[in-house]
Structure formats: structure tokens, C-alpha cells
Design a binder for this molecule. Structure first.
Ligand code: ATP
Length: 316
């Protein structure tokens, strides 16, 4: 089996340690932490012992090295992460408000993350990959879109599989062309990993049952719905369904839960586990990651997740 390849943005995240509104005043910060949703996903794949590789770009700077060093330590092949000599690594500053919502300052549009393209190295990696994971939201970045669509076509033509995290908020309006590309990407997914809001957005209809029905009609093969503290649910095309309650933990930083969850689910399935077993590891990976500050600092190894599962209660 070829590696799981993830395509998308690589960032560092810097987190305010006090709760409040925005960044208009000087305040204590922690980081830089390796970040970017696709990078978090692939980090979790690597930590669990799956063959994993990342496609994206960083600048020739310390923020870039924070990411490539981290992914290498996780066992991820970083040879197709290009180093942009002209643009810096993307970054995001995050501060939590008292109600749990977040204020961001992004430096992405003018960073290496928004500029990576197809290359011989990327092509060689995609040619030997077994599975591709992408974010629907990346389709609105022209350079990422080109790489993703080409990679999807190649991987599917050679019998590889595709997972898609829609990562698109309900109210986000895409232009007609991007909307069409988004629907096409969703329809091609062997595994779709949405939240409730993204499920309806991807299906274009309201109501969970109706959205699930519509997505299967579009061509999606399996859906794993992420419900935060309310757990997760697997839906199969034959009407089969498995509910996985969340683990009971103290949430410190929710960022990255969905990506750790997805990376763990996919990796466990690719390692031959049942949907139920994969859901348990995925729920553990998501829960463990919210217990610590930093978007992927809680991503666990197989041993760490086994210990977590053995010692942590699940919600009823
Ligand atoms: P994010 O965008 O923050 O990365 P998401 O919205 O894509 O995450 P969530 O549903 O928040 O995805 O989290 C994915 C999974 O992780 C959940 O289905 C659940 O199993 C687990 N999880 C998330 N938050 C918690 C929590 N506070 N306690 C326990 N488990 C959690």
C-alpha cells in the first residue's frame, strides 16, 4: 500500500495565553506551534505508524523548520514540502474569547502556504500514493486547487482512495466555478469527514438524514460525522450506522481535534481495523488533542492512545 498523502497549507500557530478579544494590546503568547489543518491530519497519521507524506510549502525560515522538523519526527515523508525562497511560512495568531469562540490574525495569503504548485517531486509522490486526503476549503486557493485536482485524478485513476474534510462554513459563499469543483470533490470522496454544519453545506440540503442520503446519492462511499463533545457517527451506504461517544476530558484548546480524529480514523482503517475500532482510536485522538495547548501537541502514538483509552471514561 502506498502512503497516505495530504495536500494543503502548512502554518505555525501562536496562541494568546489570556482569554479576551483580539490582539490590539500586547499580551503573553505561546508558540510557534506546527499547524495547518492538513499538517495536523498527517502528523496524526505518522504518529500512529501509518505511511504518511505531506505536500505543501514553507518559507526558508524557522517557522518552516518548526513544521518540517516536527513532521519528520512523526515519521512523515517531507520530501514534497517545497521551501519557498521568496515568501515566509504562513502563520496564524489565535486568541480565545470568553464564550469559546476565537479571534484570528492570519498571515497566509501572502505566504508560502498560498503559493505551492505541482513539481516533479510532487508528481512522483502522487504516482506512488495509496490514499489522498484534502480539504474542500483549499479549492478557493488557485495554486492549491491545481495540485489537488490533478492529484485526485491521478490517485483515483490508479485505484487509490480519497478522503475529504469539507472544512467550509455554512455561510461561506463560493463563486459558481469553485462551488461546482467543491461538489465534484465531495462526490469523489471514499470517506467524508464533516462536522454537522459542513455535512449540510456539502450536501446542499438541511437536516442530517436528508444530507446523508443526498451525499450517498452524489457518490460518497462512507461518512464519519464529527460532533465535538457529542462524539461521532459512522454512516455506511447500506444504512449501517455506528455511534461513538466522546471521551470525558478537560478541554484546554479545541483546535485540531477534527484533524487528529480524521487522521487517526483513516490510518486505523488503512492498517486494517474495523470501523468501530477505528472510531474508538479516532475519538481518543480528538479528545487527547483538546487537553493541551497547541493545534497538534496532543496527537498521540498507538501506545499513548491505548493508554488513554484504557484509563478514560466515555460519555453516555
Ligand atoms: P476542529 O475544527 O476544532 O479541529 P472539528 O470541528 O472538525 O474540530 P470536532 O467535532 O470538534 O471536529 O472534534 C472531532 C472529534 O474529536 C469529536 O467527534 C470527538 O470525538 C473528539 N472531541 C472533540 N472535542 C472534544 C472534547 N471537548 N471532549 C472529548 N472529545 C472531543
Amino acid at each position: 500500500l502506498g502512503p497516505t498523502v495530504c495536500v494543503g497549507e502548512i502554518l505555525v500557530e501562536i496562541v494568546a495565553t489570556t482569554v479576551g478579544d483580539g490582539f490590539l494590546e500586547a499580551q503573553p503568547l505561546v508558540g510557534p506551534f506546527a499547524s495547518g489543518a492538513p499538517a495536523i491530519f498527517i502528523s496524526q497519521c505518522g504518529r500512529l505508524g501509518g505511511k504518511a507524506a505531506m505536500v505543501g510549502a514553507v518559507g526558508d525560515d524557522d517557522f518552516g523548520r518548526v513544521n518540517t522538523d516536527r513532521l519528520k519526527r512523526d515519521g512523515v515523508d517531507v520530501s514534497a514540502i517545497s521551501i519557498d525562497a521568496d515568501y515566509p511560512t504562513g502563520s496564524a495568531f489565535v486568541r480565545y474569547r470568553a464564550d469559546g469562540s476565537r479571534d484570528f490574525v492570519y498571515n497566509i495569503a501572502t505566504s508560502a502556504a498560498a503559493r505551492f504548485g505541482w513539481s516533479q517531486t510532487v508528481g512522483d509522490l502522487i504516482d506512488r500514493s495509496g490514499h489522498l486526503h484534502v480539504m474542500g476549503s483549499a479549492l478557493s486557493v488557485p495554486s492549491a486547487r491545481e495540485v489537488i485536482e490533478k492529484a485526485v485524478d491521478i490517485v483515483r485513476a490508479r485505484g487509490g482512495t480519497l478522503s475529504v474534510d469539507p472544512n467550509i462554513r455554512r455561510e461561506l459563499k463560493l463563486d459558481e466555478d469553485t462551488e461546482r469543483r467543491f461538489s465534484k470533490l465531495v462526490a469523489a470522496a471514499d470517506l467524508l469527514l464533516p462536522t454537522g454544519e459542513e455535512l449540510e453545506r456539502a450536501a446542499g440540503v438541511e437536516g442530517e438524514a436528508e444530507a446523508i442520503r443526498r451525499l450517498f446519492e452524489m457518490g460518497v462511499k462512507e461518512i464519519v460525522l464529527k460532533r465535538g463533545v457529542n462524539g461521532a457517527t459512522y454512516f455506511g451506504r447500506q444504512g449501517d450506522r455506528i455511534d461513538a461517544p466522546a471521551f470525558v476530558v478537560q478541554e484546554v484548546d479545541p483546535t485540531g481535534a477534527g484533524d487528529c480524529f480524521g487522521g487517526a480514523y483513516l490510518t486505523c482503517r488503512r492498517l486494517g481495523m474495523s470501523q468501530k475500532q477505528a472510531l474508538t482510536y479516532a475519538s481518543a485522538a480528538g479528545a487527547r488533542n483538546v487537553m493541551v495547548l497547541g493545534p497538534m501537541e496532543g496527537a498521540g502514538t498507538r501506545q499513548e492512545l491505548d493508554a488513554f483509552i484504557a484509563s478514560t471514561e466515555r460519555r453516555r
